[in-house]
Each structure stands twice: as C-alpha cells, then as structure tokens.
Design a protein around this ligand. Structure first.
Ligand code: NAP
Length: 277
C-alpha cells in the first residue's frame, strides 16, 4: 500500500506494537471493515513525520492501525513516558479509555459499590484497577476461577449468582443474561454502563423489572479524540498504579493465533502484536 502522508494537525507514526480488541474482531466479522481493508485500532510507535517531533514515542487510536505506518490526528495520541514500555502502552487506547470514561460517567466512586462484568478481559481488568484507585468497593465478575487469575478486586466472583448486595454502578462487557442480572442488582439511583456484548445473547428482562425507583441503563461508546485520556492513563501506568496485564504476545504474523485466543476466552488481559521488519 502507498505510504500515508501526514496532513494538517496530523502525525505519521512508525508502528511498533498494536493491541487486538474484541471490537477489531467484530469489525471484521460484521463487514464494518470490508475484506481487503486494514483492521486495527490501538497502536504504539515512534513519530516519523507531521506536527510532533520526530523520534517521540507515542500511543494512539487510529482506524487501520495494524500497519507499518499510520497517520492520525495529533489529538488522538499521547506521548509515552520514558519509563513506560511501548508494548504496554499499546494496550491502553480502546480498552483503557473505555474503562476510564465509563467509570467517569458513573460519577464519584468513593465508597461506592462497582460491579464489572467480563472482568478477566481487556476493558474489565483496566476497569477493576481504575475503580479501585477511585476508592470504590469493586466486585469483579469472571467466567471461571482460572479466568479470575490476577484480577485484583475486593470480591472476585464467578458469574453473578453469588452477588446479593445491591451495587451503585455496573460496567457491563458481557450483555445477555448477565446484563439482566446486573440490572437486578443495581441500587436506586445507580447506573449501568453497557460497554460490550461478548455473550452475543439477547437480554430478556422479566416483566416489571424496569419498574421502580429510578436507575438507568446507558449506552456507551468511545467517541472523539482520546489523547488527553491516554495521557491520564499513562501517568497511572508510570506511577505503577495501573499495571498493564498482557495475556498474549506475538508477532503480527501470528494474528490468527491471537484472534483465536481472544475469541476462545484464553487471554487474561490484553493481546499485543509486535510489528517487525
Ligand atoms: N462501547 C465501546 O466503546 C467499547 C470499547 C471497548 C470495548 N467494547 C466492547 O466491550 C466488550 C469487552 O471488550 P474487551 O476488549 O474487554 O474484550 P475481551 O478482552 O475479549 O474480554 C471480554 C470478556 O467477556 C467475557 N465473556 C463472557 N461471555 C463471553 C463469550 N460468550 N465470549 C467471549 N467472552 C465472553 C470473557 O470473560 P470470561 O471468559 O471470564 O467469562 C472476556 O474476558 C466487547 O464486546 C467489546 O466489543 C466496547
């Protein structure tokens, strides 16, 4: 493909690492990114052109990130501190920013009970850590004890059957019956942020389950430039408060293996692909 050229307000980045998101697989499966086009969202690399200094290490979000070079608006990247590994930084954009924004949308978390479903995955692990940093009592729901390995929360539960005390905020990555169960656990005044739907199941609400004291179910989407939120996340990674858990790593040539591991729920955290040559 022709090498991209940076326009006004853009940077050209030599990509070193990308991360694989569930959304990238959905993009391919749904045809949103058609066959023959370039997939990918999260990248980290080194600036080689445009309005930032050449040689700067950056992380960002761009359509078509699974490439040797990407062009992106400068407001969609953040500079990576020297102490932070570029491969770890590549894990942050889609999953970290979604977790950060969905938690912020839930308001003050100090002393609040926060439930994260799909807590073993990319968004989930970041959300659990960030909610804990914000002073919440965090309940992390995972699919099995093995999938909960390394998840640091006040409570790690398998499914939602063992949760009985109401929660103030839900970050739901799974949809289907877990979304319905999480809605039932939501306290009056609480909100459920619907981030993802990895279960692929429909959500069937029992009659009258949406009647009662006000609480809300809110749709969520990562929209707009992510640069400043990425800078916030990088500061937390640099200070050691936000560990980046990489559950799979290999070269871009091993994409099929990474995709199978993510779909097969075998990645504890993020999958990172290195771009070589
Ligand atoms: N709205 C947005 O802007 C936005 C941004 C980022 C992500 N998302 C969405 O959020 C969801 C989570 O993304 P992610 O990157 O964290 O994905 P991920 O790393 O694959 O994690 C998803 C988790 O969902 C759980 N899960 C439950 N049932 C599943 C099933 N039938 N198949 C696969 N996983 C299942 C898995 O946990 P267990 O194996 O422990 O059950 C898995 O760890 C996805 O739907 C993604 O598209 C949306």
């Amino acid at each position: 493909m022709a090498e991209p050229v940076a326009g006004d307000g853009e940077v050209l980045v030599d990509v070193r690492h990308v991360s694989l998101n569930y959304g990238d697989l959905n993009d391919a499966k749904s045809g949103r990114v058609p066959a023959g086009a370039v997939l990918g969202s999260d990248f980290a690399g080194v600036v080689v052109g445009g309005i930032l200094p050449a040689g700067a290490r950056v992380v960002g979000l761009a359509a078509g990130a699974f490439a040797g070079k990407v062009v992106v608006g400068a407001d969609s990247v953040a500079e990576v501190p020297a102490m932070v590994d570029l491969a770890q930084a590549a894990a942050l954009p889609v999953a970290g920013v979604a977790a950060l924004r969905a938690l912020r949308a839930g308001g003050s978390l100090l002393g609040r009970r926060v439930l994260v479903t799909g807590a073993s995955g990319g968004v989930g692990r970041f959300a659990v850590r960030l909610a804990g940093l914000a002073g919440a009592h965090v309940i992390a729901s995972v699919g099995s004890a093995a999938r909960g390995e390394g998840v640091v929360a006040d409570e790690v539960v398998v499914g939602l059957d063992g949760v009985h005390t109401p929660v103030d905020l839900v970050l739901d990555n799974v949809g289907g019956s877990q979304l319905v169960a999480a809605w039932g656990l939501l306290a009056p005044g609480g909100s459920l942020q619907s981030i993802g739907w990895t279960s692929g199941e429909p959500a069937v609400f029992p009659p009258y389950s949406t009647i009662g004291p006000a609480k809300s179910l809110t749709s969520f989407i990562n929209a707009g430039p992510v640069g400043s939120d990425l800078a916030d996340l990088l500061r937390l990674v640099e200070s050691g408060d936000l560990p980046v858990e990489i559950g799979w790593r290999g070269s871009l040539e091993s994409f099929a293996e990474a995709a199978a591991a993510l779909r097969g729920r075998r990645v504890n955290g993020k999958a990172i692909l290195d771009i070589t040559g």
